[in-house]
Design a protein around this ligand. Structure first.
Ligand code: EPZ
Length: 420
């Protein structure tokens, strides 16, 4: 069993390139099914969740292989519309394949992707939208049997701006007769990336990034070569690492416009953040200050995926910061682990109050989920002594090699095998 060993107390310095975005490449991998051709995804991150998506594509009869940092997918050979329970359970976002398989095959059989560490992850909005487009969906015993002899475009209205539902319905609508509009759509940058990918394949999608996305269905789609956008949450993580440890770092490819609320909080805490055409620089020389309440919200609000890492960066700040997690029910599981390092955090339902501690100390901790695990790394950089971080498979779902990047920035961090 691997673990990360981190020796805190060193400031960060250096430059690192930000990897491709997990939450962009996962829906785009599902979208490759719509092309029936060859797709080259440049800057594709090597992640456990990408591996899980490749296994799903291969189970459907498609091909996928790496060439350098490009992932080449060929979906001409699609010969199944069923995804097994085991594959669906490997990754929460496997539900994203439903719309694409339905659009390509006219039917799909998948099990519920199941919940995850963050709490229940319902897909009722996905299913309601697919039914509105004309799909017949039987849901029995945790298995979804879907048929759509002919999907028809229409206006869809989401009761909340769900990222996954927006993406799933964009893909299904590509296979529907006529035009579909999705109102109250999620506005995340990853949805814009999905639109740009689909249009590079010949689709007619517009409005992504706003609350209304329009899709012209049934356009003949072809393969393409596409550059995946940089991962804004990985960039936010490394900015928070510099804030936590102090120092000066430069993140190549980071785009401040995609993480403006995170940059604003770090500036308020006392970091100097400068942006140029190629990336972002973050300079933190003083002890951080607490910041105004941080309330997570759909984009362009403060991203729920950056809540844990910002919390970790503020553990030694002067004063107290209030967090309110409005997106997921159970996204404070990292708090108990941070408290083992001397953090002063009080959780009351969706609210967590972080009071700055004078000192954090290294401790044996374990990852509870993907971003909670990254937060442990951020906190360990500021702790006195050594921190051992177990169950780092969670981190590997979203970070190509977190220890490689943090080491490049001057951190004392290594991946080792745990003595059982
Ligand atoms: C995406 O998850 C991201 N994952 C998550 O990132 C991210 O935290 C989340 O969006 C919010 O930004 C990927 O893109 C692969 P939602 P998703 O549908 O699509 C409720 C990470 O760390 N909801 O916007 O599942 C849901 O329970 C991961 O990289 C319904 O009730 O998020 C949640 O409370 C974690 N019914 C809220 O909406 C539905 O049908 C937002 O979920 C769908 C969602």
């Amino acid at each position: 069993m691997s673990q990360l060993l981190v020796r805190g107390g060193r400031s960060l310095t250096g430059e690192v390139a930000v990897q491709g975005a997990k939450n962009s490449v996962l829906p785009i991998l599902a979208a490759t099914l719509l092309t029936g051709g060859q797709v080259e995804l440049r800057g594709c991150p090597r992640l456990r969740d990408v591996d899980a998506s490749i296994r799903i594509l291969k189970a459907l009869g498609c091909g996928a292989h790496w060439e350098g940092d490009s992932l080449l997918a060929d979906t001409a050979g699609l010969n199944s519309c069923t995804v097994s329970d085991i594959l669906m359970r490997e990754m929460r976002s496997s539900a994203i394949f439903l719309g694409a398989v339905l659009a390509r095959c006219g039917e799909a059989k998948m099990s519920y992707p199941g919940g995850c560490e963050l709490g229940p992850r319902p897909i009722d909005l996905h299913l309601a939208g697919l039914r509105d487009l004309g799909a017949e969906i039987q849901d029995s015993g945790g298995v979804l049997r879907c048929k759509a002899s002919c999907l028809r475009g229409r206006e869809l209205i989401l009761s909340l701006p769900s990222v996954g539902a927006t993406e799933n319905l964009m893909l299904a609508a590509c296979g529907a007769e006529g035009v579909t509009t999705i109102s109250n759509a999620a506005r995340e940058p990853e949805i814009v990336d999905l639109q740009e990918f689909l249009n590079a394949c010949g689709a007619g999608v517009s409005g992504a990034g706003t609350s209304t996305v329009t899709i012209e269905g049934r356009r003949p789609l072809h393969g393409c070569a596409y550059q995946i956008m940089p991962d804004r949450i990985v960039a936010a993580t490394y900015l928070c690492a510099a804030a936590s440890a102090g120092g000066e770092i430069y993140l190549r490819n980071a785009r401040e416009g995609q993480l403006a609320t995170v940059a604003a909080a770090l500036r308020e805490a006392g970091c100097a953040i400068r942006t140029d055409q190629k990336g972002m620089r973050c300079i933190c020389r003083e002890r951080l200050r607490s910041v105004r309440p941080v309330r997570t919200a759909p984009y362009p609000g403060f991203p729920t995926d950056a809540q844990a890492v910002l919390m970790a960066a503020l553990l030694r700040s002067r004063g107290a910061t209030v967090f309110e997690e409005t997106i997921f029910e159970n996204r404070y599981r990292h708090v108990d682990e941070l408290v083992r390092m001397g953090a002063d955090i009080r959780v009351m339902g969706r609210v967590a109050v972080v009071t700055g501690a004078e000192v954090l100390h290294g401790a044996p901790v374990r990852c509870t989920d993907l971003r909670g695990g990254a937060a442990l790394c951020v906190a360990a950089l500021a702790a006195e002594g050594e921190t051992s971080i177990a169950e780092i498979g969670h981190i590997d779902r979203g970070y190509e090699c977190i220890e490689r990047d943090l080491k490049t920035l001057g951190a004392e961090i290594a991946r080792t095998e745990m003595e059982i």
